[in-house]
Design a protein around this ligand. Structure first.
Ligand SMILES: [Zn+2]
Length: 451
């Protein structure tokens, strides 16, 4: 969206606070959405050529003139941008003078060195509009009170995005941050919080805390959760073990959302729960195979994005490393946009485990389905035979012998092999999950030799 259009949209939202605002383009056919994006693409490429040192150089190297772009086929042949490019040439992606920057955020740095992203005033407004659309997708209204159970400082973009999106919606925010369950419940019961923005694996701890304190989570005012950072669904869009565990004990609506700092855009589920909705006015989304070609619709591919309307650090064909599927049939909520399925894994994290290929989230899902496992870390390394070796570090209430007896048949059934299992104390697992005071728990450690 152009700056002026965004400002008008924000002003409109503030003045009218419509209860059912689905942007017109999201209700159009996919082919019309593609035409709409085509109109935005040309000026976006010209902007990159004029203002981005990185893309100016890249276009010159490839002898590419944005004005010569004739078709989506031409677009598919443009070079992609990798996370390494963004790390290595970070400041070359900046398209504005330093005085135009209103905020610097950083990626969490789970893989490699953190990347700095600079946002202008318009980018912050775009971010708010984007999360406004997300909250609207999950049926939130101006009457809601959302508790933000996540980091709002430490250069974390998501916290600011949710906060400003809720503000644009007219709903109230409560910035509790990622505190202890008892404190979260105290605030919920004091303010009658209606929604949470939280990491879903924290919710079983909330349920347990309520039970221990003599009340039921079901008897509170919380009715919906925007679940961040972890998938809620399996490859067939069915609720995964974690989602099942939560909703078995707590009658709440869980809505998944996918976002990454570099994208400055989220894909959030509506109540149909059929994947996160794409917002064509904010981002071009492609799913590419290993050779960089678009996958057949419905196949899994690497999400590759081009931002629209970003001024500070726009990206062209940026490969996120996240493997997902797209869903293209119109949604029952009235939006006709593509929906993004759960992240099946990160491209470079694929594990070849004794003839089976799988991504860490599939291992997490199995571990989450076993109540005896309280916490875990999955580690993969290269064995003497140059094959991937998987080790599990587990914290369980059961004694190791009984736990092994329970786990071995499950692992044999799911993966045909049994990984190395190490039992840890609560403190040991905490140290593994939070090295260097990480913002998010580490659940996967990759020690493989990269060739
Ligand atoms: Zn929908």
């Amino acid at each position: 969206m152009a700056a002026g259009a965004l400002l008008r949209a924000a002003k409109y939202l503030y003045l009218h606070r419509p209860m059912a605002f689905i942007p017109a383009i999201e209700q159009k056919k996919l082919s019309e959405q593609a035409d709409f994006q085509w109109e935005k693409l040309g000026p976006a490429l010209v902007y990159l050529q004029q203002h981005s040192p990185f893309y100016k150089r890249l276009f010159r190297q490839h002898q590419f003139d944005p004005k010569a772009l004739r078709s989506w086929q031409d677009f598919n042949e443009l070079p992609t941008t990798s996370k390494e490019d963004l790390q290595r040439y970070n400041t070359d992606f900046l398209c504005v003078a330093p005085r135009a920057i209103r905020e610097y955020v950083a990626t969490s740095g789970t893989l490699g060195r953190p990347v700095s992203i600079a946002l202008t005033q318009n980018d912050l407004l775009r971010l708010a509009y984007n999360e406004y659309l997300s909250f609207h997708c999950i049926g939130a209204t101006e009457h809601d009170i959302f508790q933000l159970m996540l980091t709002l400082d430490r250069q974390f973009m998501a916290g600011v995005a949710y906060y400003s999106g809720l503000s644009l919606l007219g709903a109230a925010s409560v910035r509790t941050g990622p505190g202890l369950p008892a404190m979260q419940w105290d605030t919920i019961r004091q303010l009658n919080t209606t929604g949470l923005v939280a990491v879903p694996s924290f919710l079983p701890k909330m349920i347990a805390e309520a039970e221990a304190s003599g009340f039921s989570a079901n008897d509170t005012t919380v009715k919906k959760v925007l679940a961040i950072g972890e998938s809620l669904r399996d490859d067939q869009l069915r609720p995964n073990a974690l989602a099942q565990q939560i909703t078995r004990d707590w009658n709440i609506q869980l809505y998944g959302t996918y976002a990454a700092t570099e994208l400055q855009t989220a894909f959030t589920e509506c109540s149909a729960g059929k994947g996160g909705h794409h917002h064509p006015e904010l981002i071009i989304a492609e799913l590419l195979d290993d050779s960089g070609q678009p996958v057949i619709p419905g196949e899994q591919g690497e999400l590759t994005i081009t931002t629209l309307g970003v001024e500070g650090m726009p990206l062209l064909r940026y490969r996120t490393g996240d493997i997902c599927r797209g869903y293209y049939e119109p949604c029952s909520c009235g939006r006709h946009t593509m929906r993004l399925g759960p992240v099946l894994g990160r491209k470079q994290q694929m594990i070849k485990f004794k003839g089976t290929s799988l991504y860490p989230p599939a291992i997490f899902d199995t571990l989450n389905s076993i109540p005896a496992i309280r916490e875990y870390v999955v580690e993969v390394s290269t064995g003497a035979d140059e094959q991937d070796q998987v080790s599990l570090y587990l914290y369980s209430d059961m004694d190791p012998a009984s736990c092994n007896e329970l786990l071995h048949p499950v692992f044999r059934h799911k993966w045909r092999v049994i990984p190395h299992i190490h039992y840890c104390s609560a403190e040991e697992i905490r140290q593994l999950q939070f090295p260097n005071h990480n913002r998010k728990p580490v659940k996967f450690i990759d020690h493989r030799t990269l060739f």
